[in-house]
Design a protein around this ligand. Structure first.
Ligand SMILES: [Zn+2]
Length: 83
């Protein structure tokens, strides 16, 4: 089954979504926003191995940078909602 990666355009949260035939439309798990940008599929195949490796490397570096900010943002949003 295809796993798609999305970035929320509302809050910047990055998440993976397993798309099944019965799945509802994906929504951001952090803010429930439906404005999403689909990232490069993890299941994508490429006939150009080097280009693929470069893309994945850049993607991982970008994801790591976003992850730090998102953890902070996620905690803040939880505090906000639970207050
Ligand atoms: Zn969001």
């Amino acid at each position: 089954m295809p796993i798609y990666e999305y970035q929320c355009l509302g809050c910047g949260h990055n998440f993976e979504y397993l798309l099944r035939p019965t799945s509802p439309a994906p929504a951001c798990p952090a803010c429930q926003g439906a404005a999403l940008e689909q990232q490069i599929s993890l299941a994508a195949t490429s006939s150009d191995g080097q280009r693929h490796a470069n893309l994945m490397g850049a993607h991982k570096r970008a994801a790591a940078g976003r992850g730090e900010k998102q953890r902070a943002a996620h905690t803040e949003s939880h505090h906000h909602f639970e207050d």
